[in-house]
Design a protein around this ligand. Structure first.
Ligand code: PBG
Length: 329
């Protein structure tokens, strides 16, 4: 060995020497337009209600929701995903409030559209769990099981109600078989062929949805394991992906994000449609809680998690920090 041979032949550290150098060679960077803000709007309240398990996130009134939408536009955020929280008295077995033209979500869509028009991509959660008194994402059969076909009929009606209200994108999140195809048909048959479908393609049955259940005042007892995917499965996601694309999904999503980056990477490699990832309520809560205890650096942890999701292949990221992060970029 020569004298120089005793030194490393390659020194990756050279490209890490200064912030400017690191910035130059960064392979991925976040942009405000990568981000989509999920937002909750609740019926029958006059001021925003904080969600205790999601510090910094609230259930909006119509007015504060419109304000949040304007702030998102100003920060350069790409879109907003709306979730409606009806009054408890309006919940029933069929989730009727979900298809009422004057239901909370339909009114929120109209309000946000009136405020921001096409400056923000307005999206809506297309699922029954926020509106059913039993809290499941579909309607139940006589044995108390979620009835796939009966639920699809309700989803078709929801799609029309949301599209009539002016939404740009619907996000079916209930994991019923055939939901994307039925929703596509319903939209096309009602003159809404321009409304897109962001399919929750790989949606896992996750403990990390915990804080969301508070956010929407869910009455669910039990779990969603007969329709959401088992965390143990990866290949199953590719099957769901093929079905969603065949049925007409314009964009596909993986959810949750951080514990499922392998699924995200596989799906992003496999498709030519935009891929979204949803950094869900529990992912938000974990970082906020650890930061509150002084155990991690909040802002760095947020950016690291989001960068990791982007690196894994997400073109769009739903995150409750969307506006804050977009402002800081
Ligand atoms: C179902 C839905 C859920 C979330 C988004 N859409 C809850 C669930 O499937 O139990 C979770 C989002 C989050 O946890 O941030 N309508």
């Amino acid at each position: 060995m020569t004298k120089y041979g005793s030194f490393p032949g390659a020194r990756p550290r050279r490209l890490r020497t200064t912030p400017a150098m690191r910035r130059m060679v960064a392979e991925h960077r976040l942009h405000p337009a990568d981000l989509i803000l999920p937002a909750f709007v609740r019926e029958g309240i006059t001021s925003p209600v904080p969600i205790s398990a999601m510090p910094g996130v609230v259930q909006h009134t119509h007015d504060t929701l419109r304000k949040a939408a304007v702030e998102a536009v100003e920060a350069g955020v790409a879109g907003i995903m709306l979730f409606g929280v009806p009054e408890d008295a309006k919940k029933d077995a069929a989730g009727t409030a979900g298809t009422d033209p004057d239901g909370i979500l339909q009114r929120a869509i109209r309000g946000v559209k009136a405020e921001v028009g096409d400056d923000l991509v307005v999206m809506s959660d297309l699922c029954l769990d926020e509106y059913t008194d039993h809290g499941h994402c579909g309607v139940l059969d006589a044995d108390g099981r979620v009835d796939n076909e009966a639920t699809l009929e309700r989803y078709a009606e929801m799609a029309q109600a949301q599209a009539d209200a002016g939404v740009h994108v619907v996000g079916p999140s209930g994991m019923m078989d055939g939901q994307v195809g039925v929703i596509r048909d319903a939209l096309d048959q009602t003159g809404h062929e321009d409304v897109s479908i962001l399919a929750y393609t790989a949606k896992y049955s996750s403990a990390f949805y915990g804080p969301f259940r508070e956010a929407v005042g869910s009455s669910l007892k039990g779990d969603r394991k007969t329709y959401q995917q088992d965390p143990a499965n990866l290949r199953e996601s590719l099957r769901e992906l093929a079905l969603d694309l065949e049925e007409g999904a314009d964009m596909v999503m993986v959810k949750p994000a951080l514990p499922y980056l392998d699924v995200l990477a596989k799906i992003a490699d496999a498709v030519d449609v935009p891929v979204a990832a949803y950094q869900i309520s529990g992912e938000y809560a974990m970082i906020e809680a650890a930061a509150e205890k002084g155990w991690i650096d909040r802002d760095k942890a947020i950016l690291e998690a989001l960068t990791g999701i982007k690196r894994a292949g997400a073109h769009m990221i739903l995150t409750y920090w969307a506006t804050e992060v977009a402002r800081g970029l």
